[in-house]
Structure formats: C-alpha cells, structure tokens
Design a protein around this ligand. Structure first.
Ligand code: GAP
Length: 512
C-alpha cells in the first residue's frame, strides 16, 4: 500500500470506528471542519492531559489558564494579526477555484524533488552495491537538469517571499506553466493578500455592533492575562502560563484531513524570562519538548527539528518539531523565542504598563518570552497515522490494529463474557464495576470472541479480558494483550494492578 492509499484507508477507519467524522455530514459536510466521535474525544483528552500535566504539574513555575475565544479587537491590532496574518491567494479564472500561491509553487518544487529522487532510485537499482549517490547526483544529466530547474525556481521564490513580492509569485507560476489541477489552465488572477481571521460582530443592534475576531491562536489570551497571573499567583520570573483551547483560521487551502483545519485546538505555553536569557531557555524548551514527544514511544527517528532560516520580525530564534506523517515530515509543534514583542505591543496599545520588577536586578523590565505551541489535532493525527497497521496473521487472516501507546488509548480494557448465559455476563459486569473507576472500559457481549477481539484491536484497546466458565470456579480471567495477542490467566483481584502498570499516564510523566 502506498502512503497515499494508507492515508485514505486511515481516514475511512477513523470514521468507521468513531474517531473522527466530517462536520455537518448529513448536510454534505463543511470543508476542513471535523468532529471528534466517541473514540476520538477520549484519545484527544488523553493527549491533552499528558501535555497539561507535563506542563503544570511537573513544573512548579508553570500555571494554566482558560481565556476566552472572543477578545477585544484591539488585541489583534496589537499582535499584528489584523495587518499581517495573511496568505497570498490566487484564483483560476476558468475553474473559479482558489489556491495559495506559495503552496502552488511549493508543490511544483516538491514534484521536481520527487522526479530527482525517482531518478536516483532508478540509478540505485541499476548499479546495485556499487552505487555512489553523491557522484550520481553530480553527473547524471536528468538529475542535473531537474536540479538546475529546482534551484532557479527556489531562488526566485525565496526572494519573492522575503520581499513580499506578490506580482513575482504570479510570474513564477506563469513562467513555469503551473496549472490549476481542476481546469488544467494557466489562466490566473493577480495574487492578493487574504487575512485568515474569521470575523463576527458583537452587540445587540446593527449600528452599535463592533467587529470582533475568532482568535487565530490562544497565545494572545495568555499575553493579555500576564499581569493578572503574575500578580495573583505571585509568580517570579522565570515562569510560564499554559493554555489549551480552540483557534480558528480561514485557511485557503485546507487539506490533509485534520492536519490543516479551519477550527482546531492548540496547546500553548508562554514562558516569561529575563531579557538576555532567551536563547538559553529556547534551547531548554527545544530539548524538553522533543523529550515529551519521544517519550510517547513512537520512535525518535520519526521526529526532527526544522530550524527557521527566515524569522518573523518579532522572533530571534524559531524551530518546528516535525513528525513523519504519511505525507512526509511536517510541522507538529512550533517553538519560538518571541522577545518582548507581544507584551511590548500590548503595553503600547492598551496604555497599561506591563513590566516585572526583578528583585535580584533591582530593576523593572518587560519580560521576554519563549513559546511552545502544538496543535492537538496534529498530535491526534500523528498518533493515529503511526498506530494504524494491517497485519497478516499465522492463520492467513488479516487484522487491523491501532497500536496506540497504551496511556493514550481511548479504551484501556474490554470486558468480554465468553457467552451470554450461565452467569458469565453477571461476573463480567462485576469486573467492569471494579475497573471502571480507574480506567475507561468497554463491556461487550455480542458476536464471537474472535470478532470482539478484532473490534477492540481496531480501536486500539490494550487489554481484552475474557470471562469464561472456569472464571466462575477459580476467579481468574483470560487477559489478551493487543500487540502480541498473547494470553494469560490472571486473578480478577490482580487485574487493576496489571492494567494500571501499562496504561497509567503517570508512568509516562515519570520518565520526563
Ligand atoms: N502562537 C503561535 C502559533 O500559533 P503556529 O505555528 O501558527 O504558531 C502552532 O501554530 C501550531 O498549531 C502548529 O504547529 C500546528 O500544530 C497547529 N496549527 C496551526 N494551524 C493549524 C490548522 N489550520 N489546523 C490544525 N492545526 C494547526
């Protein structure tokens, strides 16, 4: 199965097993908006809890808040979002379809890269063990031709990006005959800037209403509460404020399932520090955040840093943690050293002094900030895409299993009476009643035991507990483990401890 096919299968699986549904589906859906079903919400909550506890419990100097989605519109002027939170858009006059000009160019560059890689793979097959990739890339005429084309377009694109030259974006598209995938034509409009913020109005009368925005990031809710938290919490620098919440962006090109949505959720932490210490803290948070990811157990090789060459005007260091999604390495989290830009701007726009009196320095200053910002939905996608497996079994059958890291799994244990009679359902219910206070469990008595195992594999349940006739006599049950499918007899009284050992989120946290 290609990665493309795998991704399609995963999207269908998410719907079939109650993880993620297209929003408003009975009305034919709403583009780039998705709802979480009964399994998805459990997975999402576990991810959020892992992040929240890692931030606010493991760090005595980090506290949480929950600020509103609606905020004073001046906040978005101060933050620069009204003026500059834009994407360059372009329309195809024939298909009337809208695209991001930068994405069209990047996709074009991606295709050239793909061609080069294919050529290299052909060479590798042809020359076998004697293949020297560096030499091949430096001498093969097809590779050299494509590489020259890549360098030329890439060079122009980077220049245009730096200069914010929208006309040049269009020219690159025209010169390279980049066509609309729908109409197949190169009949493009000019490139225009498109602000990504959603607007609505607040107020009871049309005349008195004012335009407000749905927040495009949760971070500003933290900045504008800096003084409140610092004073009421008697926080001493360095300290952090964490928040989990919804954010909204009117993405022009919303693709790849829950990777880029118009309504999504962020987990952000702003760490307030003394000016001059920001690069040291930036390095620490880079390490900490990578550790948090790798600790989940999805393979260190699937993560990498991508340091930004081009920095936003307010940042003096920035990196992305990228994850290997089915469509390649893509941004999962951003870590930014934002200087005192945000607090400084809110000071200027609100007229309120936003400073910290540092008793050690005997002086007041506007704190610098290192931010960590991760999309909950991208984490969900990372976990699901990494966990989805189709396995061939010894008996020739295939099973679909989600090998979700156990502490994040939506259901931790399924309790299954072997048959629906002879007192087995009653005993199984007793087992449920024992376990349900500690774990999210499912009780299932319909269908053969084999079918029930398959259903639990497909939602990633780490343990299936089967109650059989023997259980009535010896008080033991069969515990089947999801990944190895191994089975063991366990006394009912020991179930809680056995499950807890593997699924308790605190075990993950202890390794951080
Ligand atoms: N406060 C900084 C900030 O918002 P960002 O890089 O724009 O930075 C941070 O967003 C994270 O939010 C991203 O790394 C990504 O995980 C997530 N994210 C951003 N836009 C998203 C979208 N349209 N859909 C889903 N997740 C998104």
């Amino acid at each position: 199965m290609t990665q493309d096919e795998l991704f399609k299968v995963l999207v269908a699986h998410c719907k079939e097993y109650g993880f993620i549904f297209p929003s408003s589906e009975i009305y034919d859906g709403l583009a780039a908006v998705y709802d979480y079903g009964q399994m998805g919400v459990e997975l999402k909550n576990n991810i959020k809890q892992y992040w929240w506890n890692a931030m606010t419990r493991l760090n005595e100097n980090i506290v949480g808040i929950d600020s509103c989605i609606f905020m004073h519109p001046r906040i978005w002027e101060a933050s620069g979002h009204v003026g500059a939170f834009n994407d360059p858009l372009i329309d195809n006059k024939d298909s009337k379809k809208r695209y991001r000009a930068d994405v069209l160019i990047e996709d074009f560059l991606g295709k050239i890269e793909e061609k080069i890689n294919k050529e290299v793979e052909k060479g590798r097959k042809r020359f076998g063990e004697a293949f020297d990739e560096a030499q091949f890339r430096a001498t093969n005429p097809n590779v050299l031709r494509e590489q020259a084309k890549y360098d030329e377009v890439h060079g122009r694109y980077k220049k245009a990006e730096d200069a914010n030259d929208l006309a040049e974006y269009r020219q690159i598209i025209i010169d390279n005959n980049i066509v609309c995938p729908i109409s197949g034509t190169c009949n493009w409009t000019d490139v225009r800037q498109f602000n990504l913020m959603f607007q609505t109005s607040m107020g009871s009368t049309a005349e008195g209403a004012s335009t407000i925005y749905l927040r495009p990031e949760t971070a500003q809710g933290i900045f504008v509460n800096y003084l409140n938290v610092q004073k009421t919490g008697r926080m001493k620098i360095p300290f952090g404020i964490a928040q989990i919440g919804k954010a909204f962006r009117n993405e022009i090109v919303a693709r790849q399932f829950i990777f880029r949505m118009r309504e999504f959720e962020q987990m952000e932490m702003q760490f307030f520090i003394k000016p001059g210490t920001e690069l040291e803290w930036f390095k620490k948070w880079k390490e900490q955040r990578m550790k948090w990811h790798v600790n989940i157990g999805m393979g260190a090789e699937n993560y990498r840093f991508h340091d930004h060459e081009k920095l936003a005007h307010y940042a003096n260091a920035a990196t992305d943690i990228e994850f290997q999604f089915p469509f390649g390495f893509k941004e999962l989290e951003g870590i930014h050293s934002r200087t005192n830009w945000d607090l400084g701007r809110h000071q200027q726009y609100s007229g309120r002094k936003i400073e910290y009196f540092d008793p050690e320095e005997g002086a007041a200053y506007t704190p610098y900030v290192v931010e960590t910002s991760i999309g909950v939905d991208r984490m969900v996608l990372a976990v699901l895409s990494h966990s989805y497996k189709e396995e061939k079994l010894d008996n020739g059958e295939t099973r679909v299993v989600l090998s979700i890291p156990a502490p994040l799994a939506p259901v931790k244990a399924a309790v299954l009476p072997l048959v629906k009679k002879d007192g087995l359902p009653e005993l199984a219910q007793k087992v449920m009643d024992q376990l349900k206070f500690d774990f999210n469990c499912q009780y299932e008595e319909k269908d053969s035991i084999g079918k029930r195992y398959r259903r639990q594999d497909a939602i990633g349940t780490p343990y299936c507990i089967t109650v059989d006739h023997q259980s009535l006599e010896d008080g033991c049950v069969t515990v089947r483990e999801r990944d190895t499918m191994s089975q063991e007899r366990v006394p009912i009284t020991e179930l809680r401890a056995l499950i807890d050992k593997r699924v308790n989120l605190n075990n993950l946290l202890r390794n951080l």
